[in-house]
Design a protein around this ligand. Structure first.
Ligand code: GCU
Length: 682
């Protein structure tokens, strides 16, 4: 159940008199989110307080009763005689929660909003909060989607999950949709509780068979189990599907037959799934086909799908992760994969249909431990955009290392692009506010699997929880989101709260310290597993995640005056900051500049000594995690205590492997001794 445990509160008995005894639900259709909301409230109160709450359904007059929770949309409430004066105007998916009056009101702007309000009420109760509050809550952005990189097969009889570390797919097996979708329904419940409104269920490296009749029938079944939770279903498309399925001999997006083919398939999907969310498209990236295959623009490619979806209100999430992995050559000083997105989208702003959203990874390369914000966000002003965050910890320890990601995400969401020298925070751009766009938002690559913990690790679930909370309100503080999650997932014991909070909040800087400093990227094996240290693998390959480390110097020169020019892709005030070494923050120095190992940082330390020190500091902090966790013995259940301890003990050991592998590699390369005399001793 993740954070939806609704464990019995120690103070349950004393709170009984303050609790409602009845839930009045204003929609009796079992598949409606309002109906779900009513059942959740009654079940949650039963579980948290051991108090039975009756549930009634009505769309008529509401009898006044001060021990009742009213659950419905604003419209349902008003039309059954409820007074809505004083309730602020809500936005789509928003809700009004009032615990201060004679009745508890959970009223959504729409059905989904009502369910979000119910989960919010339960979250407060489960944390022991029975304050008399009344407030409206609205999401910051309309797109709050999860991406799953699930394959139809590939894991024996199961569907495998690309970059998934929580077991095989909960959606697919044996090349088709699973017959038992219980887990899919549980997943939708979990996601609804954090405001997620759609899931793209298959891998961005998509398979054309998604569009065959048996799979589309299966997708309908997934959509049916999602619907009571207000979660819509979307799919990733293989751009060359018409040809790959043998139905046409071309997939040229401007070809009449291709256009008709996509309209037809889209109609077939909506016949089965009337509330289908839309398509996610990875095109002309890492060997995938796309419009460029026919010399068409990315906009022409995206618009092909957009127009097929328009009659139904569907959305195309078109990924900005476009680059040619076969064509990058490190012997050219100016070659730079980081430049690709802005170059490929150059001149296309304004050419996309209104229901296209460009889905942009947070950094210009690929989910590294630290990257500057993708400059593409500043270039899409007449086009909606969404930020793609990775919840699954691909380059960040694959759930075997504790890394709480929201502090990393916040460096990007709160980054000010200074477009036209005006405040232009990334979170204001993707919410649509900065450039007046109606669409935009958040896509989180979650990749849960059949493992009982969903992500393969108990503590990794804070990242999924926080993703939803931030997509709803990116102004929230990562530590306070974390504490809600801890109280809901474990309990409110102060030692539990303090220990998990401090370890989690230290975890990203700790991981950065022992895996990749000063913006050099995660120095992992990039050729296959993306796991464990392998600094040598970064260079001399066409993938373009280079460090350009040699005997004397290290880093990518991305300046305009002497390098790849990437710094110049930012608006002038930001570009000038990165162009100069003296104004580039230390933590991105090697991202933007190629410098001698003996270069002094703003901190006063040299680059190489910083490497040595940071690796020792990071590994030393990871060594403290198991003993800090050990203080929780008997304060949480044994099973989770032991399972987390196992992972933290592994991490403590693996952090030493990382420390020594990287320090030795750069010591051997540079021959610069460690001032503290630690490194050459290995
Ligand atoms: C990364 C990841 C791939 C994925 C790709 C993408 O490169 O390693 O597995 O397919 O990103 O986001 O498309």
């Amino acid at each position: 159940n993740g954070w939806l445990r609704y464990a019995r509160l120690p103070s349950a008995e004393t709170l009984h008199s303050e609790l409602p005894v009845h839930v009045l639900v204003l929609n009796s259709t079992e598949t409606s989110p309002v109906y779900t909301a009513g059942s959740e409230v009654a079940q949650g109160i039963g579980s948290i307080f051991g108090k039975k709450c009756s549930v009634g359904y009505s769309s008529g007059y509401i009898p006044p009763d001060n021990a009742t929770v009213i659950v419905g949309t604003i419209k349902q409430y008003a039309s059954s005689g409820g007074l809505i004066n004083g309730i602020p105007e809500l936005e789509a998916d928003g809700f009004w929660l009032n615990i201060s009056g004679s009745e508890v009101q959970i009223l959504g702007q729409n059905e989904r909003g009502t369910l979000y309000g119910a989960f919010e009420y339960l979250s407060l109760l489960a944390q022991g909060n029975t304050s008399q509050i009344a407030y409206a809550s609205n999401p910051d952005a309309p797109i709050r989607w999860i991406n799953q990189w699930d394959n139809l097969q590939g894991g024996g009889t199961h569907g495998s999950v690309e970059r998934g570390y929580g077991g095989p797919s909960i959606f697919f097996e044996n090349g088709t949709v699973k017959s038992n979708l219980t887990r899919a329904a549980q997943y939708a419940r979990l996601l609804a509780s954090i405001g997620i409104n759609a899931v793209v269920v298959n891998n961005v490296n998509a398979n054309e068979s998604m569009l065959t009749a048996p799979i589309m029938d299966g997708l309908k079944r997934i959509a049916d189990v999602f619907r009571p939770y207000g979660v819509q279903l979307g799919i990733s498309l293989y751009f060359a599907s018409p040809q790959a399925l043998g139905e046409l001999d071309t997939f040229d997006p401007l070809d009449g037959a291709v256009i008709e083919w996509w309209h037809n398939r889209t109609d077939q999907i909506y016949k089965r799934i009337p509330d289908f969310a839309g398509y996610l498209v990875k095109a002309n990236s890492e060997g995938q086909p796309g419009p460029l295959t026919y010399n068409r623009t990315l906009a022409e490619g995206a618009n092909l799908f957009a127009r097929a979806l328009q009659p139904y209100g569907g959305v195309v999430m078109f990924r900005a992760f476009v680059y040619d992995s076969q064509n990058l050559n490190e012997s050219y000083w100016k070659d730079d994969r980081a430049n690709a997105a802005v170059q490929f989208f150059n001149g296309l702003d304004g050419q996309f249909e209104d229901n296209v959203v460009i889905q942009v990874k947070y950094g210009p390369i690929d989910f590294q431990v630290r990257e500057p914000t993708s400059p593409l966000f500043a270039h899409l002003q007449q086009t909606s955009s969404a930020i793609e965050l990775e919840i699954t910890q691909e380059y960040l320890g694959q759930q075997c290392h504790l890394v709480y990601l929201p502090p990393l995400w916040k460096t990007v969401l709160d980054f000010d692009m200074r477009v036209d020298s005006q405040p232009s925070l990334v979170r204001g751009i993707v919410s649509g506010q900065r450039f007046n766009r109606t669409l935009g938002g958040y896509a989180g690559v979650a990749n849960v699997g059949t493992n009982q913990t969903w992500l393969g690790s108990h503590l990794a679930m804070s990242n999924l929880y926080a993703f939803g909370r931030l997509a709803w309100n990116p102004r929230l503080d990562p530590a306070s989101i974390l504490q809600d999650w801890i109280r809901l997932t474990f309990n409110s014991d102060p030692t539990v709260l303090d220990t998990i909070t401090s370890m989690s909040m230290e975890s990203w800087p700790t991981y950065e310290n022992y895996t990749g400093n000063l913006g050099i990227q995660t120095l992992t094996d990039i050729l296959y597993a993306h796991y464990g240290p392998n600094p040598a693998s970064q260079d001399n390959n066409p993938w373009g995640q280079w460090t350009r480390a040699d005997a004397n110097s290290i880093g990518m020169d991305r300046t305009v005056w002497n390098g790849t020019g990437f710094a110049g892709q930012y608006p002038p005030q930001v570009a000038v900051m990165y162009e100069n070494i003296s104004t580039t923050p230390d933590d991105l120095l090697l991202w933007f500049h190629h410098v001698p190992y003996t270069q002094h940082l703003q901190s006063g330390q040299t680059v190489i000594q910083h490497f040595y020190d940071a690796h020792y500091a990071g590994a030393a902090n990871a060594q403290t995690f198991p003993s800090r966790w050990a203080t929780l013995k008997s304060k949480i259940d044994d099973q989770r205590y032991e399972e987390v301890l196992f992972r933290l003990t592994y991490q403590a050991g693996h952090s030493i492997v990382w420390r020594d592998a990287i320090n030795n590699f750069y010591f051997n390369l540079s021959n610069v001794p460690d001032q503290a005399g630690r490194v050459e001793n290995h």
